[in-house]
Design a protein around this ligand. Structure first.
Ligand code: DGL
Length: 354
């Protein structure tokens, strides 16, 4: 076939294809759980005084009609609570619901609207137990929908744009807040009253501007399909019980003993400095370790990471160090590790690899 005719045919076909590609939008499901993004205050000047978890998911979506230009967006009301009240029951139920949605061939991505207080825990948990390359984006807001310069609508728009973007596939669970794209593994709520609340000591993975993500790094740690944990293997509505004791001066051993009596399987010690444990507490912690309560050394200091066998003889005591995980994430990872076994060396491996 003469080359000129072939070129014309090729051009015609490519022009025809453009309109179809414009309408082949991805399908994104917004799973609402409550929080400030669904909050309402008494007046537009109440940016911090409001009631969380009031606005239903369809009203959230209707308030940002522009999201329908990004993807075919539908909403599901999974919960309607403030995130500080989420227990294992709600967390496991949410993870199972997200897992079921992502198994559907006509679902291309999921956005979860969530309170910011424990947003990092939910995102981290999903990062560890959902085996899918499809984007999971967790989003919240620091101001209620009724406030002047509410941050929720743009955060939601950006989260849908991210969940609909092919470049977000396989990057683990992502947190979209204040134009920043964070890895669920290391993001944390660093400021409790400003819109730039979320931070990571290792930096954001990228940023999203006017609906387009720009990537600059990605996590090298195990997550999603490379994780040994799977929501489908976790039965019931509770994880092994793990609690946190916050380190300070002049502590009492009673908190540790009370948790042990309550049946915890591990205690995360949010120690001072590099996860230090006061000398007068060591006998109690070692006694509990002997009784089968795993001791995990984290730190109350927000940046850095806990070194093994530095000031504390972890090998000698059989303790685990939480590496760079903050106490609340160490608690979740320890609970998941305990679903696999109680061996301290195995638990420590998990803390190095995830
Ligand atoms: N009650 C808090 C929560 O649901 C409000 C904080 C927020 O969502 O920004 O996490």
């Amino acid at each position: 076939m003469p080359s000129q005719i072939l070129k014309s045919l090729t051009l015609a076909v490519s022009l025809l294809a453009v309109p179809f590609s414009l309408y082949a939008k991805n399908n994104v499901v917004v799973v609402a759980t409550g929080g400030t993004i669904a909050g309402a205050g008494a007046s537009s000047t109440n940016s911090a005084t409001y009631t969380a978890a009031k606005v239903p998911v369809n009203a959230l979506l209707d308030a940002v009609p522009q999201i329908q230009n990004l993807a075919n967006v539908t909403g599901v009301q999974a919960l309607q609570i403030a995130s500080e009240s989420i227990t294992d029951k709600e967390l496991l139920s949410l993870a199972r619901q997200v897992n079921d949605l992502l198994k559907k061939p006509d679902v291309n991505g999921v956005v979860i609207t969530h309170g910011t207080d424990t947003l990092e825990e939910t995102a981290f948990f999903l990062n560890l137990v959902i085996h899918s390359d499809k984007p999971i984006v967790v989003v919240g807001s620091m101001r209620p929908s009724t406030a002047l310069s509410a941050d929720g609508p743009l955060n939601l728009y950006s989260a849908v744009a991210l969940a609909a973007d092919e470049s977000a596939r396989g990057k683990g669970t992502l947190v979209m807040m204040n134009d920043d794209i964070f890895a669920a593994r290391d993001v944390t709520k660093g400021i409790n009253i400003h819109t730039n609340a979320f931070v990571s000591q290792w930096g954001a993975l990228g940023t999203l501007v006017e609906g387009k993500p720009y990537w600059f790094r990605q996590s090298v740690k195990r997550h999603n399909k490379s994780s040994e944990f799977n929501i489908e293997d976790i039965k019931g509505d509770a994880l092994p019980s793990v609690q946190i004791v916050y380190g300070s001066g002049n502590m009492l051993p009673d908190a540790y003993l009370a948790y042990a009596k309550a049946g915890v399987k591990a205690i995360v010690n949010a120690g001072t400095g590099n996860g230090s444990v006061a000398g007068y507490l060591v006998p109690t912690l070692n006694q509990l370790q002997q009784q089968g309560v795993q001791i995990i050394r984290s730190s109350r200091v927000p940046q850095g990471f806990v070194l093994r066998n530095a000031e504390q003889p972890d090998d000698k005591y059989g303790w685990v160090v939480a590496h760079d995980f903050n106490p609340q994430k160490a608690k979740l990872l320890a609970a998941l590790a305990l679903t696999k076994g109680k061996d301290a060396k195995e638990i420590q491996r998990i803390f190095w690899e995830y």
